[in-house]
Write a protein that binds this ligand. Structure first.
Ligand code: 13P
Length: 255
């Protein structure tokens, strides 16, 4: 049984007061819901919302981290520190990190491994660009990203990983993938996981869709049995919109 997981990736938005207000508002709206809701603020806000997240049963996620525990790595944040302040999840390999900050599949693999070594769960992002899709390379790009990112993980770790399929062209564009297309890629990810580990493991891993998710299209994704939740950017900045996504996701998942 894969529990749906809906994560808010705020990217570089919000100040401390806005962050606390969001958590309180979302927490009040989700009290009765049986879904993992994760809030991923910018690093300086993690400690500030850790306590209110705990109070409301929301999980705390970071948007990035380095793989070393400590040392002369100016500007980086270690998995030890994330764990220390109550973080559960860490996004690794977001396409913005790959495109703007030069992260490679190998970096993503080291981060995923370091996350598990410190009892954090990585949300591993994969996804093709517009050009790769148009030239028919979607599945090969996804195969490569998934294979490299999960190489070196024990099956017990890989089983717990969350994989976010985020087609780059759908991020922030208002042009989401169709549920059918996203499900096809999710199915392909499970095929790759099955070859790397086992079919049982491939069925246990949670796969999110990300890219222009809104309250009115989340059901299209959640109706697909291959898809277990969403990684939300723009629509996660407003507590009411994000709560709407979580509510609608649950409605679709059980119907
Ligand atoms: O990048 C995303 C989440 O990580 C998706 O962003 P949008 O929901 O704004 O398209």
């Amino acid at each position: 049984m894969r529990i749906p997981i809906i994560a808010a990736n705020w990217k570089m938005h919000k100040d401390s007061q806005e962050a606390v207000d969001f958590v309180e508002s979302l927490g009040e709206q989700l009290r009765a819901d049986s879904v993992e809701a994760v809030v991923c603020p910018p690093h300086p806000l993690l400690g500030i919302i850790a306590e209110p997240c705990r109070t409301y049963g929301l999980k705390l996620g970071a948007q990035n981290m380095y793989w070393e525990e400590a040392g002369a790595f100016t500007g980086e944040v270690s998995p030890l520190l994330l764990k220390d302040i109550g973080v559960h999840y860490v996004i690794v390999g977001h396409s913005e990190r790959r495109q703007l900050f030069g992260e490679t599949d190998q970096h993503v693999a080291r981060k995923a491994k370091a996350a598990f070594a410190h009892d954090l769960t990585p949300i591993i992002c994969v996804g093709e660009t517009q050009q790769e899709r148009q030239s028919g390379q979607t599945m090969s790009v996804i195969s490569e990203q998934v294979t490299v990112a999960l190489t070196g993980l024990d099956p017990s770790q890989a089983r717990k990983a969350v994989i976010a399929y985020e087609p780059v062209w759908a991020i922030g564009s208002g042009q989401a993938a169709t549920g059918t297309d996203a499900a096809q890629v999710a199915q392909h990810i499970r095929k790759v996981l099955g070859e790397m580990f086992s079919l049982k493991l491939a069925r246990d891993v949670r796969i999110q869709y990300g890219g222009s998710v809104k309250p009115d299209n989340i059901q299209e994704f959640m109706r697909e049995p291959e898809i277990d939740g969403a990684l939300v950017g723009g629509a996660s900045l407003d507590a009411d919109l994000f709560a709407g996504i979580v509510h609608n996701a649950l409605g679709a998942a059980v119907s």
